[in-house]
Ligand binder design. Structure first.
Ligand code: ZN
Ligand code: ZN
Length: 504
């Protein structure tokens, strides 16, 4: 997974700064002004202002008219899950999507994506519309209500060489999935798709059907459910990326479709637990992921990026072309890619865990439930994975077994709960125990972070009750983060550097 993906993922839990509220107000009024000054041509998108009152806040938002029907179906319609009328129940409204698929695979294997109606113009126009939709979804519209959600991850490598096709895909996901109240992160690239989303429980079947009917180009997707239910994201982001997982290796130098052998969690469990001498088993995740949980006997490279991990993997495997190589990651995408790299380099037997640690966690969970149903003790289920599975959403991890493998970065007591320093300008990814959290006000414990958070908390108290949108700001506006990504995930190193500086 991308380094940039990580930093963004790790910030998922942070709240939206106040300046967004102000910029969005400003944009709303300039949008109104521009829509008044030009008389819109037919079939071009125009912007309409409408307002809706929620319990806590009065929101105004504008939506381009071709999507208004879709959008208002999700926000204002009678069966809307966002409806403010407390008596209104969620009715199963007919799907607002057209029945023809958004994409198709042609006879020669190339892909074709439908042009969104009303947007037959240039790619530039589509780019602007998408940017606007993203802004709308991220800043302006209220969060979908917290109800029963399930979290799914999925990916597929599929060449989509045309940039314009990527924009069309982005547009359809933004409009269609928003109408289903889906939140999460979807990355599309010339290589394919990679996504982690949370979907309302009662819409999961619709969601899967939507992919099946509209996206024949993503026919190999396997939906991989997380272990715990609940909403893991606040908003919907659909982004176009250069690479789905960044290892810096050119796709033309190896065959990405020469995939490793996939083992189901059960096959993986049985094979690995029955071997007398431990095989070569590589953890393809970064150090901060594997430090809170990993498979027994796994080789865990001390790396901060996937690119470094691929280099480490090549080192570990050097000269072992005839041996069996096992590898795993969080959801499988990193192994599909690095496994193909090994296979293309002459390795005969490369096996990976299908669905990654997430799928294994579910397998163990199901086994335990079955044990209990049969009246036996759930403790009898032996997991060969110990500790937590690190996740790239606001939970920052879900437990598979109770073992605590890591320690608090501040005081050293046993702990495996990750959080970000509450000073957003620091944003250090750290393990901190409840006592340290309380003592240092959720920061990494450095004097400057504690001071800044205290100062901002005082300011927060003075914010007028009528402006709840300004609450939750945890950094001074315009303050740049202290650390580059590489250091941000090495809290012990950062803390040591600071101590050395203080001594000078
Ligand atoms: Zn501590
Ligand atoms: Zn800090």
């Amino acid at each position: 997974m991308l380094a940039a993906t990580h930093s963004r993922a790790l910030m998922a839990s942070s709240s939206i700064p106040a300046r967004h509220f102000i910029t969005s107000l400003r944009t709303r009024f300039s949008t109104l002004a521009s829509s008044l000054s030009h008389s819109p041509a037919p079939r071009q998108y125009t912007f309409t202002l409408f307002s809706r009152t929620t319990n806590c806040n009065s929101l105004l938002y504008s939506t381009p008219s071709p999507f208004r029907a879709l959008h208002s179906a999700s926000t204002n319609g009678p069966g809307s899950t966002l409806s403010t009328d407390p008596s209104s129940k969620h009715l199963h409204t007919p799907s607002p999507f057209p029945t023809s698929p958004h994409s198709q695979v042609l006879a020669d294997g190339s892909v074709q994506v439908q042009t969104p109606p009303g947007l037959e113009g240039s790619a530039e126009q589509l780019f602007k519309v998408n940017a606007r939709l993203m802004r709308d979804h991220i800043q302006r519209t209220p969060h979908p209500p917290s109800k029963d959600y399930v979290t799914l991850s999925y990916y597929q490598f599929r060449p989509i060489p045309q940039k314009e096709d990527l924009l069309k895909i982005q547009y359809f996901f933004l409009t269609d999935l928003r109408a289903m109240d889906v939140v999460g992160r979807i990355y599309v690239s010339a290589e394919g798709i990679n996504a982690q989303i949370s979907c309302p429980k009662d819409r999961v079947e619709d969601f899967k059907a939507y992919y099946a009917t509209h996206w024949p180009i993503f026919d190999k997707i396997r939906f991989n459910p997380a272990m715990s239910e609940g909403k893991a994201f606040k908003k919907l982001h659909v982004r176009i990326k250069g690479q789905l997982v960044a290892d810096g290796i050119d796709n033309s130098t190896f065959d990405i479709y020469n995939e490793p052998t996939y083992l189901t969690p059960e096959e993986w469990h049985n094979e690995l637990s029955s071997q007398k001498t431990p095989p070569i088993l590589i953890d393809m995740r970064n150090h901060y992921e594997s430090s809170i949980g990993h498979f027994e006997n796994a080789i865990r490279p001390d790396v901060t990026t996937f690119k470094e991990n691929v280099d480490a993997m090549l080192d570990i495997c050097k000269g072992k072309e005839d041996q069996e190589i096992y590898m795993y990651c969080t959801g499988g995408i990193r192994c599909t890619r690095s496994g193909a790299l090994l296979k293309s380099n002459g390795f005969k037997s490369v096996k990976m865990l299908r669905g990654g640690v997430t799928a294994y966690g579910r397998y163990i969970q199901d086994q335990r439930q079955q044990q209990v149903a049969e009246g036996r003790d759930e403790e009898e289920v032996k997991s060969i994975y110990k500790g937590k599975n690190f996740t790239f959403d606001k939970r920052l991890g879900e437990p598979i077994t109770d073992e605590v493998l890591a320690t608090c970065h501040i005081c050293g007591t046993a702990c495996d709960t990750y959080s970000n320093c509450s000073n957003m300008a620091c944003n250090l990814l750290m393990i901190s125990c409840p006592a340290c959290q309380q003592k240092h006000q959720g920061t990494c414990g450095s004097g400057s972070c504690v001071e800044m958070v205290q100062e901002l908390n005082e300011k927060q108290k003075k914010i007028d009750k009528n402006h709840p949108g300004l609450r939750g700001m945890k950094a001074r506006l315009g303050v740049q983060p202290f650390h580059e990504h590489r250091l941000r995930v090495r809290p012990l190193k950062v803390m040591e550097n600071r101590r050395n500086k203080a001594r000078l």
